[in-house]
Design a protein around this ligand. Structure first.
Ligand SMILES: [Zn+2]
Length: 486
């Protein structure tokens, strides 16, 4: 006759296993919550607890990670110290199918009672054991999949637009507050990249590299581009900036005020990007433009922006064939018509442009004046977004057909794109604005980096080179044509 377990103290001796994984921020139930749930199971079944085993901050997946409490528990079970094991879920016990198989065997052959507090498995039953085996296979596939498992808590934070926990982006505190000095540097990096500076050049400026200057035609010109507008900003690691770190800064959607997870913009149920609850550092249109340029493998769209070491390569034009000249040794040349001394040409161009800048005002380029228009454009964009949202709601409520919805959406999206590009042109699209909008454009031109000088020249004039008259060493200014733009 079997003993009446529930009434007599011949109760099942159980062990509780708890694991906290700190590597998956917030995913884990706090250990106390796990403990409560497991202890409740033990109470409900009228079992006793022999010991509670706790492993901290270790993954159940890795075979190499030591889990001292787990190992001790296994040994204790094999030496007969308990007959039942309670854990919160099987993931917490082990994600290694091999180990899980062992526990299933113990359940089948030695009568171990293995129960999870979340109710998914009771290895004392056939169904529970089958479930555990499937679970083990799934766990293996999941664990082997590349990429981090996103914790639910992180996903929720991102969906609510809260700053990611534990990751401090340059420009913000951990709580998402703006750090003024760093924010200034971040804005300068975006501006410099839009102005055509290369990632490497921006990294040099951030790291405090001093540009080597050469005076050509009385105007200083940088040997290599080091954008002066970008301040020196020590990295947190103490290592110098490099192209990769500048690249990830330019790729970070947080700066446009968009919520992100694993470097991707988080979207809400209707596909709209979720706004972060922090102050953006750059305009979203500018951020999108930067992404477009980074995505462009040739960066051709940014003609003056491709990294150049010389003032006129790819910028000045051969007057005979209309092709852009290239730099070759100390000269500019095209496919066969012009071959001009580079320093002579650069000197003349710098002098002419400098002269033009000292004489002329460029009030229409002053930044800030367009603020009203920028706001107006932003509001128009919002109207179109609202239109899409309304159409989507109508479609979901079966008030309109899919075709109609798509038509409305496509038109609105086209309108948004047009508005964004105008907004971009006003906010940062004008590369030359750094110089042209300065109080003294001529002085700003002198101290600008090579990329900006090129952009200013491009904004003001087309420079055409005629073939040099034979046998002449001195520069004949008549052989360089300046087509000033209106
Ligand atoms: Zn030519």
């Amino acid at each position: 006759m079997p003993a009446q377990r529930t009434k007599h103290p011949t109760a099942v001796r159980s062990a509780i296993y708890l694991r906290v994984s700190l590597d998956q921020t917030g995913e884990g139930l706090a250990v106390e919550r796990q403990r409560e749930d497991c202890e409740r199971i033990v109470r409900e079944r009228g079992w006793t607890i022999t010991e509670t085993y706790v492993d901290n901050s270790v993954s159940a997946f890795s075979k190499t990670t030591a889990r001292p409490a787990y190992e001790r528990m296994t040994a204790d079970y094999l030496s007969g110290r308990f007959d039942a094991l309670v854990c919160w879920d099987l993931d917490r016990l082990t994600r290694q199918p091999r180990q899980l198989e062992d526990w299933i065997d113990y359940a089948e052959e030695r009568g171990l009672r293995l129960v999870t507090a979340n109710g998914e498995a009771d290895l004392g039953t056939d169904g529970g054991r089958m479930y555990a085996r499937i679970k083990a296979a799934v766990a293996r596939a999941e664990g082997e999949r590349k990429g981090a498992r996103q914790s639910r808590a992180q996903q929720q934070r991102a969906a609510m637009g809260r700053p990611p926990r534990g990751i401090r982006a340059t420009g913000y505190t951990l709580d998402g507050e703006v750090i003024a000095e760093e924010a200034e540097a971040v804005r300068a990096v975006y501006a410099a990249f839009t102005s055509g500076s290369s990632l490497k050049a921006i990294a040099s400026a951030l790291s405090g590299v001093e540009p080597v200057l050469r005076t050509v035609g009385g105007v200083p010109m940088q040997q290599q581009d080091v954008p002066k507008s970008v301040p020196v900003l020590p990295t947190r690691s103490g290592r110098p900036w490099n192209a990769t770190s500048v690249h990830s800064l330019l790729r970070n959607p947080r700066y446009a005020g968009w919520s992100m997870l694993s470097g991707k913009i988080v979207r809400d149920g209707s596909g709209e990007p979720v706004r972060g609850q922090w102050e953006p550092l750059v305009d979203d249109a500018l951020w999108l433009e930067v992404q477009r340029r980074l995505d462009d493998p040739t960066r051709k769209s940014n003609r003056v922006g491709t990294e150049r070491k010389h003032l006129g390569s790819g910028l000045f034009v051969c007057d005979v064939c209309d092709e852009r000249v290239r730099s070759h040794n100390t000269r500019y040349r095209c496919a066969g018509h012009v071959m001009r001394a580079r320093d002579q040409i650069d000197g003349l161009v710098l002098r002419m442009v400098h002269g033009r800048l000292s004489k002329q005002d460029f009030p229409e380029h002053l930044p800030g004046q367009a603020d009203g228009r920028v706001e107006e454009l932003r509001q128009h964009e919002q109207k179109h977004r609202d239109r899409i949202a309304r159409a989507r709601a109508d479609y979901e409520d079966e008030l309109i057909e899919a075709d109609l919805y798509r038509g409305i959406r496509d038109r609105a999206e086209a309108a948004i794109a047009a508005l964004q590009s105008e907004r971009l042109a006003l906010t940062a699209g004008s590369v030359a604005v750094v110089v042209l909008g300065a109080e003294s454009p001529a002085e700003a031109f002198e101290s600008a980096g090579l990329a900006v000088q090129r952009a200013v020249i491009d904004a003001l004039a087309q420079v055409r080179l005629m073939p040099a008259p034979r046998g002449r060493k001195a520069l004949d200014p008549e052989t360089v044509i300046f087509n000033w733009r209106a």
